[in-house]
Every structure is written in C-alpha cells, then in structure tokens.
Write a protein that binds this ligand. Structure first.
Ligand SMILES: Cc1cc2nc3c(=O)[nH]c(=O)nc-3n(C[C@H](O)[C@H](O)[C@H](O)COP(=O)(O)O)c2cc1C
Length: 154
C-alpha cells in the first residue's frame, strides 16, 4: 500500500508530530501542501490530510489544496488535526474536511484528533494551553490509529 500525508503545521509543529507518528506506521512520507500537487496524490492508495485548527477551521493552504484535487481521482483518505480545544459540535472542522474529500471522490476511512500546545493571543501569557501536547500518549494513540488504518489494507 502506497501512502502519503499532506500536513500543514504552522504554529508549533504540533500536527507535524502527529503526522510523523502516523507516517512511521504507514511507511508514508509527510509533505506540506506546497510540496506536492493535488494531481500527484492520485498515485497513492491512501492519503492523509491534517493541520492545526486556526480560527475554527483547518489550515487555509490545506483547504485550498483539497479544493484543487480533481474530482474522481481519489481512493482512500484519512483526516487529522490538533487543536487547543476539543472540536466544537457547531463547527466540526474534521467533518468539513472529510465532506470536502468525499465530494472529490475520496473514501474517508478514518479521522484522528488530539490537543496541541496553544499559545494563541493571551494564552501565551500563561505559557499556553495543553503544555507538552501532543504528549507521548497522544502520539501512541496516533500510531494506534495508523495501525488500524493499515489493517484495512492488509
Ligand atoms: C492563529 C491561531 C488560531 C487558533 N485558533 C484555534 C481555534 O479556533 N480552535 C482551537 O481549538 N485551537 C485554535 N488554535 C490552537 C491550535 O489549533 C493548536 O495550537 C494546534 O495544535 C496548532 O497546530 P500546529 O502547531 O500544527 O500549527 C489556534 C492557534 C493559532 C496560532
């Protein structure tokens, strides 16, 4: 199974840590949206898409990347995110990304989210929220998530 992960992680590299953990299990490289074209990902059996959450949405570059994926080239995909607080019911950012991918012909086979160090605005004054996260336990969970994804391709 050929897999790749497209990850935008601009704040602290929190989401990149998760991407690397998942990638280590899947044998998948991790690239930023600008490092691969939306057309090229058609070569992969499984594509991961993840970012930090910024103002209740996934990273703009990642969303633009997914928008530019030609319809109908998709196979399997998974989505992941790190955020300061748990995904709110009203603006489910991972579901929006999954819906966007489904609309482009991908089958979304899983999703993973955990907290990440958040020093946005006044949070910096107290050293940030979620210090030390993603933690070793978060990265273990991310690897466990990847193991499950891999089973689907055995
Ligand atoms: C400009 C900015 C806006 C953010 N907005 C949100 C938000 O709306 N909801 C949330 O839960 N976390 C928010 N965060 C926290 C980030 O989602 C969190 O720190 C995440 O782990 C960053 O991932 P990264 O290091 O991969 O960029 C925000 C952080 C920044 C810097």
């Amino acid at each position: 199974m050929k897999a790749i992960i497209v990850c935008a992680s601009s704040s602290h590299g929190n989401t990149r840590k998760v991407a690397d953990a998942i990638g280590s299990v899947l044998g998948a490289g991790v690239v930023e949206p600008g490092e691969i074209s939306p057309v090229e990902i058609a070569e992969y059996d499984l594509v991961g898409f993840g970012s930090g959450v910024y103002y209740l949405a996934m990273d703009k570059r990642l969303r633009a990347f997914v928008d530019a994926v030609p319809a109908g080239q998709g196979r399997a995909a998974f989505v992941f995110a790190t955020s300061g607080i748990k995904e709110p019911g009203l603006r489910p950012y991972l579901r929006h990304l999954a819906d966007q991918l489904t609309g482009n012909g991908y089958e979304v086979v899983g999703g993973f989210a955990c907290r990440g160090l958040d020093t946005m605005g006044p949070l910096a004054l107290i050293g940030g929220l979620n210090k030390g996260r993603p933690s070793a336990a978060d990265l273990d969970s991310a690897r466990g998530f990847a193991e499950q994804l891999r089973v689907g391709f055995d």
